[in-house]
Design a protein around this ligand. Structure first.
Ligand code: SF4
Length: 360
C-alpha cells in the first residue's frame, strides 16, 4: 500500500494477494498478511473485525491506513423480483453500479462493472451513452462483490457484465479473477465466472493464450455486418468473420461452450431473417444463445419486442438445433437489467430513487 500526502492509501488491500499485502504493510514471513488476506476474503469491512490480529496491530493499521476499502455504497435499490442494484462511490468521486440477480432456483449472481462508463457505444445500451471515464482497479472490482455479499449472503456466480467492456481492462479483471478463484481466499470455481465481451478480438485471443479459463459470453446481437455495425460499433473494427475465428481459437483452448448473447429489439433485429442469420453464424461454434428482449431505456429509438416475436425468434433458432435460453427481465424495476446500467458517473450526480425510476 503506497501512502499519499494526507495519509490516504492509493492502493487498497482488497485487490492484493497475500504476498502483495506483505510488501505493502511491511511484514515479513507471510503469517500476518495471510491472516489479513483471509479476513478480506471472508468479507471483513474494516481492520477492527480482524479479531485474530493483536488489538494493537489492528489499531495501528486503522490509524495509519484508515479505510480497508477504497469505495463505499452510495445508494441501494431493491427490485420486487429480488434483484439488488448498488451504486458504488469510488475513491475519486466517480461511480459505478453492480447488481445481484437471483434466479428461481435461488442462485445468486453478482454482475460486476469493470469500467466507469464504457467506450464501446452500443446503441441499445444505456451505459454506452455515458462515454468512458476510467478503468477500475482490481480492488474496486472486488469491493462490488463484497458489498453485494454483505447484503445478500453467499454468491454462487460472478459475471463481468456490468458497466464497461472487461476485455479493455483485462489486467485488473484478471487480477480480480485470480483473487476470486484463489482457494486460500474466496475460492470460487473459474467455471462460475463469466466474462462478457462485445467482441474485442485481441482480448479474446489474449484470454485464450494466457487464461484464466473462465466462461466466455459474447454479445453478438446481429449476424449481419451492416446491421451489427449499426447496433454495435465494435463491429467496424472486428467484423463477424474475424470475431468467429477468435471464438474458435478460444474454444480450441478451453473446450468450453461459449454463450452468445443477443439483445432483441422489436424494430431493428427481431425479424425472422435476423434469427436465421444468427443461426447460421452460430452453427460452427459449440455455443448456446441467450436471447434477451431489449430492456427499455427512455429516449432510445428502439421498440420492445412482443412475446410472440420473441417466441418466433427462439423457434427459428431451435429449429437449427441451437440451444436457446430466453433470459428473464431481472432487475428491470430498478434499471438494473441488461443494458440499463448507468445512472451516474460523477460525484455531483445522484442516483434516481425507486420513485423516479418508476416515473421514467
Ligand atoms: S453493451 Fe457492454 S460493451 Fe456495449 S456499450 Fe454497453 S456496457 Fe459497453
Amino acid at each position: 500500500m503506497t501512502q499519499v500526502p494526507g495519509g490516504v492509501p492509493d492502493v487498497f488491500l482488497s485487490g492484493l494477494s497475500p504476498g502483495e499485502i506483505d510488501e505493502a504493510l511491511g511484514y515479513s514471513g507471510g503469517f500476518r498478511s495471510s491472516q489479513i488476506y483471509g479476513w478480506i476474503a471472508k468479507g471483513a469491512g474494516d481492520f477492527a473485525s480482524m479479531t485474530n490480529l493483536p488489538a494493537v496491530e489492528r489499531e495501528r493499521l486503522a490509524s495509519v491506513y484508515g479505510s480497508l476499502r477504497s469505495s463505499k455504497v452510495n445508494a441501494e435499490l431493491a427490485d420486487e423480483d429480488g434483484s439488488l442494484k448498488l451504486q458504488i462511490r469510488l475513491r475519486d468521486g466517480s461511480a459505478v453500479e453492480c447488481v445481484l440477480l437471483e434466479d428461481i432456483e435461488g442462485r445468486k449472481t453478482a454482475c460486476l462493472s469493470s469500467q466507469v462508463g464504457c467506450p464501446m457505444g452500443c446503441t441499445f445500451c444505456r451505459t454506452g451513452r455515458l462515454g468512458f471515464l476510467r478503468n477500475l482497479g482490481a480492488d474496486e472490482i472486488l469491493e462490488q462483490y463484497y458489498f453485494l455479499k454483505e447484503r445478500r449472503g453467499f454468491i454462487s456466480n460472478v459475471v463481468f457484465m456490468g458497466m464497461g467492456e472487461p476485455l479493455l481492462n483485462l489486467g485488473a479483471v484478471r487480477k480480480a479473477i485470480t483473487l476470486l478463484s484463489d482457494r486460500a481466499g474466496i475460492g470460487m470455481s473459474l467455471r462460475k465466472i463469466t466474462i462478457s465481451t462485445c467482441g474485442i478480438v485481441p482480448g479474446i485471443l489474449d484470454l485464450a493464450a494466457k487464461g484464466p479459463k473462465v466462461r466466455l459470453a459474447v454479445s453478438l446481437t446481429a449476424a449481419d455486418d451492416a446491421l451489427r455495425s449499426e447496433l454495435m460499433p465494435v463491429n467496424k473494427t472486428w467484423g463477424l468473420d474475424v470475431l468467429k475465428e477468435s471464438l474458435l481459437a478460444y474454444q480450441k483452448v478451453t473446450e468450453e461452450r461459449i454463450t452468445i448473447e443477443a439483445v432483441i429489439t422489436g424494430n431493428r433485429n427481431g425479424s425472422a431473417e435476423a434469427a436465421r442469420n444468427l443461426a447460421s453464424w452460430i452453427r460452427p461454434l459449440n455455443a448456446q444463445i441467450n436471447i434477451i428482449a431489449w430492456n427499455v431505456v427512455p429516449g432510445m429509438d428502439f421498440t420492445e419486442p412482443s412475446k410472440a416475436q420473441m417466441r418466433a425468434f427462439a423457434e427459428i433458432l431451435k429449429g437449427s438445433d441451437i440451444t436457446v435460453v430466453q433470459r428473464m427481465h431481472r432487475g428491470r424495476g430498478v434499471m438494473g437489467a441488461c443494458g440499463q446500467l448507468g445512472d451516474t458517473l460523477r460525484a455531483d450526480q445522484e442516483i434516481p430513487t425507486s420513485a423516479s425510476v418508476a416515473q421514467a
